[in-house]
Write a protein of this length. Sequence first.
Lengths: 271, 271
Amino acid sequence: MVSSAGNRAAPIGIFDSGLGGLTVAHAIMRQLPAESLVYFGDTARVPYGPKSPDTVRRYSHEIAAYLLEQGVKAIVVACNTATAHALPMLERELDVPVIGVVEPGARAAVRASRSGRIGVIATAGTIKSGAYVRAIHAEAPDARVTARACPLFVPLVEEGWINHDATWSVAQEYLAPFVHDEVDTLVLGCTHYPLLKPLIGEIIGRDVRLIDSAEETALDTQRMLAEHSLAATSGEGTYRFVASDDQQQFLALGQRFFGDTIERVEIRTFG
Amino acid sequence: MVSSAGNRAAPIGIFDSGLGGLTVAHAIMRQLPAESLVYFGDTARVPYGPKSPDTVRRYSHEIAAYLLEQGVKAIVVACNTATAHALPMLERELDVPVIGVVEPGARAAVRASRSGRIGVIATAGTIKSGAYVRAIHAEAPDARVTARACPLFVPLVEEGWINHDATWSVAQEYLAPFVHDEVDTLVLGCTHYPLLKPLIGEIIGRDVRLIDSAEETALDTQRMLAEHSLAATSGEGTYRFVASDDQQQFLALGQRFFGDTIERVEIRTFG
């Protein structure tokens, strides 16, 4: 592997199972306009949520190797499931700094909660890994955490049904335990979920704080770059977007997550 | 590639993006008890429905090569999306006979319809390919076909919500065009959909014929084996199940599709 550790002008590598991580990429762009980014979305193998830890680790390993070949100076795992299963492995394996989205989200939730009753919604893989519960208890050992997998939220968001009757019906069922447990803070532990914020807020109660780890992860990225003397010092960042399936899905749905238009997508296939 | 063409005792290879194709495997078991089967479910890369034709063809090619290494005498593509995108390629590439699920389903629909108004529901990839509309028009050029992608049905079935309020709400929206167009026959063009038969029947009207291609594909398999002098002549078949992700999902959900218990699943990873 080629390593660009130590090169301030090198881009940051960001990856996700698909397009959801674009919310994290966008937060980094806004907060760190001098940084260049290479975003990889594994659109050929999305979703990671229902897959086994071993498979998610294998995919994450391949993508990290690809990003290092592109000369990145640091890697942001912008996928909750990949963070939950693969972050410790990537930290061991890679010569560049790596951060995930779970710890920033957990920290923000602990800071936001007054009652110490915190809810977490995420994919089946993330919930089963226990990563959020561990990360919350590392910050606040006496927090009472309610966690639940919400596997239908990703396909509903991808269908664009962010305010459909069916989505209300699904969300009412998924969120009932959090209403019952009277959480005052809910972690949206999947990068697709922020698109459902209005609906989730309505069901769970508008006084419940909804934690979206994108902004917090961008702050962590800034801190990490500073610690390793890797922050870009001047100029404006450039952005590359890479997908493992064809461009269509990226160009059609990317804006929903990214906010801005994405004009060009490169392809890199695996397997 | 090793080829077992011509060997009557060799197994039939069957593949699907995941577990849905087990409905086809089960129909073949029941109709052809002397045949042995090797079933491959690409559970690490499921679903194929939203993926591009090129990616689905690449995956199908890899799996067919693996099945030939296992010594299969014929291949059944038990996945509508893979059939829609990859069947012509596999027919060209492989030395053994190959059949898919689209043509048997289309033929059964044409036979069942009195009014010639036929509906097709399937994944986004299958619908975009136009494979069903072509196959129906090849049998009945004046049929009036209404086709619609139903991307949420697969995740709803996998969540086990086959009679949930949300599933009713989704199905009512997806099926409205077929009620409007007064189809008398509806092709369930994805191997997950037969699990929603009661709900679909209730919404679309009980007099509408629902076509599930599993039984029809098993009949086609029998015909194909006879034509190529490949039918097993005696004894009882043996069954192997192989997945690309770990066994958990297969063992947990397999029975829903297969009807019988699956006790052992081998693993073969790609990519």
